[in-house]
Design a protein around this ligand. Structure first.
Ligand SMILES: Nc1nc2c(c(=O)[nH]1)N[C@@H](CN(C=O)c1ccc(C(=O)N[C@@H](CCC(=O)O)C(=O)O)cc1)CN2
Length: 289
């Protein structure tokens, strides 16, 4: 049986661990005509930890509207188990705004996958602090906005970014965007800004991690997708990958290998964000990939 994506919904739950949670959730869904097609769970530890649950369910036979379903779940189950939860109906495609500078590899990976329908997301616009990538972005039929962003113009630049993203972005992706965002802007999108950092964090935070790695003589390089917080490159890690390198490689070869890692890692992280597969566990994530 082919499951039509637009006739599914996802329910994500985090709550204190105790017996009866899965039973209460699945019984509620059953009573309202939902057919559960995917269920993942995790307990952070055996005694008194946090419980994480992700369900996908089909919606054609629901006896309630999506709004009424959410309201009823909160009243009947959410409050009973002190849940942090969200119910997303796939018909509502998330809107992703990309922020870029001059590097194009991470941007093009996402635009290419989106153009092929691999990312069920809308891209209202791409914002850049440089004009260089306008042609590449508009070639995909996507709006491009150049917002100059220097040390002296950061306040005005971020105000413009927020204006452009207001009512058009559910989450942001920094696809090698090379400016540090202020705590004020980050606070507008709590755990809804994804960055691709070009090292295996927590190693080599900050600018130019390949140069740092080359000088250190590492034998492995990496890439890390993480949520952005006010503290640079310290946000909850979503996905990582690594590749072996050797003394025979130049820094340009490290960067070339690294770009492949960055593209793959960011694409997985964005797909998991779009598919509601990422739950927060304090400063960490639980990813039901
Ligand atoms: N608040 C945050 N902003 C940003 C984060 C973050 O984690 N929190 N990640 C960076 C991306 N990044 C590493 O992945 C990074 C980008 C830029 C710099 C940096 O030192 N930039 C300089 C200017 C460099 C230039 O213009 O060429 C600066 O902003 O002064 C460090 C790390 C994106 N933003």
């Amino acid at each position: 049986m082919t499951i039509q994506p637009e006739t599914t919904a996802r329910l994500l739950i985090t709550c204190p661990d105790r017996p009866g949670i899965v039973s209460a959730v699945t019984t509620f869904l059953y009573h309202h005509g939902a057919n559960v097609t995917e269920l993942d769970q995790h307990s952070s530890d055996a005694h008194g930890g946090r419980f994480f649950l992700r369900l996908e369910f089909q919606t054609p036979a629901l006896d309630l509207s999506s709004e009424a379903m959410s309201r009823a779940f909160g009243e009947v189950v959410g409050e009973r188990f002190a849940m942090d939860w969200r119910m997303n109906f796939a018909a509502n495609r998330p809107r992703m705004v990309l922020l870029v500078s001059k590097h194009d590899h991470a941007l093009l990976e996402l635009l290419w996958r989106w153009s092929r329908g691999e990312l069920r997301v809308d891209i209202p616009l791409v914002i850049s602090n440089h004009p260089d990538l306008r042609g590449a972005v508009e070639g995909f039929g996507v709006r491009f906005e150049h917002v100059p962003f220097t040390q002296d113009t950061q306040v005005a630049a971020e105000a413009r970014i927020l204006e452009l993203c207001r009512d058009s972005a559910d989450f942001l992706v920094l696809a090698r965007f090379m400016r540090i965002l202020s705590p004020d802007l980050v606070a507008q999108y709590p755990h809804r800004i994804i960055n691709i950092h070009h090292s295996f964090l927590p190693a080599f935070v900050g600018a130019d991690p390949y140069q740092q790695a080359y000088v250190k003589g590492v034998k492995i390089i990496g890439a890390t997708a993480h949520y952005v917080t006010a503290e640079l490159d310290q946000g909850p890690i979503i996905e990582q990958d690594v590749a072996r390198v050797s003394h025979r490689m130049s820094i340009e070869e490290l960067k070339r290998l690294g770009r492949d890692l960055e593209r793959q890692v960011l694409a997985r992280a964005v797909r998991w964000q779009v598919e509601d597969r990422i739950l927060l566990d304090g400063s960490k994530t639980v990813v039901f990939s």
